[in-house]
Design a protein around this ligand. Structure first.
Ligand SMILES: Cc1ncc(COP(=O)(O)O)c(C=O)c1O
Length: 477
């Protein structure tokens, strides 16, 4: 291809993707709605795309940017004067490192465990899996907030092996803030680290408090909070690829470092999982934060909360819908009554060019619709609510989605641990996840597939979707 052809082809391929601007994609992306912010972010990423964050002495400008960004974050999080932080590649890496650091801060513990609320992000279960830390998952209370007493009771079952307690501000699924003041000081009293996962709320809640909204305490101002994760690629509206992991003190961060000099090459010294890492995302985040500053974020926070308040009121006015919880932040989740279903509503919204995210049933909670609201959505809230009302009416008209009883019975008999590749292929075909012709394709409407997955156990869902993704990810040759 010529250079122009390659770039044209990229633009063409990208038309298949969800739009990242325009405020109509209410998952995965966070849109300030400000073209200049997008432009400066993109230009900064491009300018630093080839720089390598592996060695801050070779690329001192990256160190300068990281220290600036961490300093700005520290102020947002009420961090003490000697707090330190690291810019990572995203929320999951920050959560992974919080767990790895906690584990390695206790080399005396042979079989480390951590106590987490059942609403913590799946990244913590990934960390448990990667780092051999047992995750003790404690059900949340009826308001979807961590049950502090139950978490502490779980800690006390084996305090000597417990290296970490994790709560969220807010949790992804329900958008509520855990009772950090009840958990963190009690963890500290037992000499145990407490991580607050504010990946999604960390950049918006401090500004929400500044503009006078009611925000329960969750920052380093709470005694016993030892680390906090905050994603700049979410509500700092920066390009994808950065998050900040803050620690209360340098001693808390120390076990996060990996150093290796005992080989014939350069001494490898890393504060993150990546070693070579593009300077692009860091430069993009730095530039966007410089450009928006406190005033910009306060304005965007007013906008996003005005959008949230109007969406909450609009959802409450649709008789078939009920909010899962009154949101503490910018995430909204709602369930339906039995005249319709969440999955069909998601499909209907998609036909109206709104992307909203289905969440499966969990622990007795029915499937629901999840929105990550961006500042850019404010300009389109009336249109969103009109589309939602139409989508609900359309979903009521067709009635709740069903699953073929034969498929449902078949799924019940399956054990994901013993399924063969052929079994997976049969089930993928039966479930509609396999398209004709070119092989795999997603159907236009996902309600039937989602309803089928919703019937399956979480382990079966995992197995099916892994099998599906595995078949999607095959080289074009
Ligand atoms: C609370 C929370 N923690 C962690 C993550 C993981 O972040 P990432 O997708 O950037 O890896 C998310 C993502 O939505 C989140 O909401």
């Amino acid at each position: 291809m010529t250079d122009d052809d390659a770039l044209a082809r990229l633009r063409e391929m990208q038309t298949a993707d969800l739009p990242v601007h325009g405020g109509r994609t209410l998952a995965y992306v966070y849109d300030s709605g400000l073209p200049d912010v997008d432009r400066i972010g993109r230009e900064a990423v491009a300018a630093y795309a080839g720089s390598n964050g592996l060695d801050p002495t070779a690329f001192p400008s990256l160190l300068q940017m990281e220290n600036d960004l961490v300093g700005y974050t520290a102020d947002l999080l009420d961090a003490p004067a000697d707090a330190v932080g690291t810019v990572t590649s995203g929320g999951t890496e920050s959560c992974l490192l919080a767990v790895q650091g906690a584990r390695d801060s206790r080399p005396d513990v042979e079989r480390p465990r951590m106590v987490v609320a059942s609403t913590v992000h799946a990244a913590f279960l990934k960390a448990a899996h990667y780092f051999g830390v047992e995750a003790v998952v404690v059900p949340v209370g009826p308001d979807f907030r961590a049950d502090a007493a139950a978490m502490l009771a779980a800690v006390d079952e084996d305090p000597d092996r417990t290296v970490l307690v994790v709560v969220s501000a807010p949790s992804y699924a329900h958008g509520v803030i855990d009772p950090v003041t009840e958990v963190a000081p009690a963890a500290a009293a037992r000499g145990i680290r407490c991580h607050v996962d504010a990946c999604i709320g960390g950049w918006v809640l401090p500004f929400a408090a500044r503009i006078g909204r009611d925000v329960p305490p969750w920052t380093f101002a709470v005694d016993g909070v030892t680390s906090i994760s905050v994603d700049t690629h979410k509500y700092a509206y920066a390009p994808k690829g950065t998050s900040v992991l803050m620690h209360r003190s340098p001693a808390h961060r120390r076990p996060q470092y990996f150093a290796h000099a005992d080989w014939p090459g350069y001494t490898m010294l890393n504060s993150t999982i990546q070693s070579t890492k593009s300077g692009g995302p860091l430069a993009g985040a730095w530039a966007v934060v410089q450009s928006l500053g406190d005033a910009g974020y306060e304005r965007l926070t007013r906008e996003v909360f005005e959008a949230v308040d109007r969406i909450v009121a609009g959802v409450a006015a649709i008789p078939e819908l009920t909010l899962v919880a009154v949101p503490d932040s910018t995430l909204v989740a709602f369930v339906t009554d039995d005249t319709c279903d969440a999955f069909t509503i998601c499909d209907e919204m998609a036909t109206r060019e709104w992307y909203v995210q289905p969440q499966m049933s969990y622990a007795g909670q029915p499937p629901n619709v999840h929105l990550s609201v961006s500042a850019a959505t404010l300009a389109h809230v009336d249109e969103f609510l009109a589309a939602l009302a139409e989508s609900v009416a359309a979903a009521v008209a067709v009635g709740p989605v069903g699953v073929d009883p034969g498929v449902a019975a078949f799924i019940e008999t399956l054990d994901p641990a013993t399924l063969s590749d052929d079994d997976f292929d049969g089930l993928l075909a039966a479930s509609g996840l396999v398209g004709g012709g070119e092989g795999l394709a997603l159907p236009d409407r996902m309600a039937e597939v989602n309803a089928m997955l919703d019937l399956a156990s979480p382990a079966m869902r995992e197995a099916l979707l892994v099998a599906f993704l595995d078949r999607l990810a095959r080289p074009n040759r």
